[in-house]
Design a protein around this ligand. Structure first.
Ligand code: ADP
Ligand code: MG
Length: 238
């Protein structure tokens, strides 16, 4: 379960309309990428879905249910931030356990989920280290582990790889795609990187100034960009 539907969603910051009325359906299990230049509203849109920011008008539905007034912790979604969002004074194990502790999940169930997440992310040997003792890629895996243990209906990634160097980014891209295949959970992935979008997405949402310019598979956008902006952004020959 993890269908997310935005119906005429808008967002104003003071007098500025950052998101004009926007409609979008993300199907359960889909890997959707929001792509567009800096400042086009990608993070804002993700934060509205997560509930970290209130929408100005419209409706957000999760699996058909109106989630507009549901607080972030109860939406069943897990946001993955850049790796620096880890707690430096806590071990990897405690970092991963933290959201479960907040949710009051029993200790034995916490342990089971941590062991599973660590195995899936190759972190089993690092559970007692602190984030400062890990590589950038390992820290990013811990941030993903912290999302996995919540068993969310959807994962929301906001430029999770932008802190990593180019070589590491390619590896982590593959790892996240593998994870998506294994979990078959809805993932929304924000990036300004066209290559990331084209290689990872089932569906790409191209944004410009808060407006959806086009939605489609990487191949659809490449073959039939709707306008010059999409063509230019996707690197299509048109
Ligand atoms: P992106 O993630 O695509 O780079 P953002 O969603 O961060 O873009 O920002 C979209 C627009 O909204 C930008 O013009 C930005 O300055 C503005 N914005 C974002 N957050 C706030 C805020 N809390 N208050 C005022 N303006 C904001
Ligand atoms: Mg952003």
């Amino acid at each position: 379960m993890g269908q997310i539907k935005l119906e005429s969603v808008t967002k104003n910051f003071g007098p500025v309309e950052v998101i004009p009325p926007l409609d979008l359906t993300i199907e359960d299990g889909e890997f959707t990428v929001f792509v567009g230049p800096s400042g086009c509203g990608k993070s804002t849109l993700l934060r509205l879905i997560a509930g970290l920011e209130d929408i100005t008008s419209g409706t957000i539905r999760i699996d058909g249910e109106d989630a507009t007034d549901i607080p972030p912790a109860k939406r069943g979604l897990a946001m993955v931030f850049q790796s620096y969002a880890l707690y430096p004074h806590m071990s990897v194990r405690k970092n991963i356990a933290f959201p479960m502790k907040m949710a009051g999940i029993p200790a034995d169930e916490q342990k089971r989920r941590i062991d599973n997440a660590a195995a899936a992310l190759n972190l089993t040997d690092y559970l007692d280290r602190r984030p400062g003792q890990l590589s950038g890629g390992q820290r990013q895996r811990v941030a993903i582990g912290r999302a996995i243990v919540r068993e969310p209906a959807a994962f929301l990634f906001d430029e999770p790889l932008s802190n990593l160097d180019a070589a590491l980014r390619v590896g982590m891209r593959l790892e996240i795609s593998e994870l998506h295949k294994r979990l078959a959970t809805t993932m929304i992935y924000v990036t300004h990187d066209q290559v990331e979008a084209m290689t990872m997405a089932d569906k790409i949402v191209v944004l410009q100034a808060g407006v959806i310019e086009q939605v489609g598979s990487p191949m659809e956008l490449y073959r039939a960009p709707r306008n010059v902006f999409v063509a230019g952004f996707i690197g299509s020959p048109k």
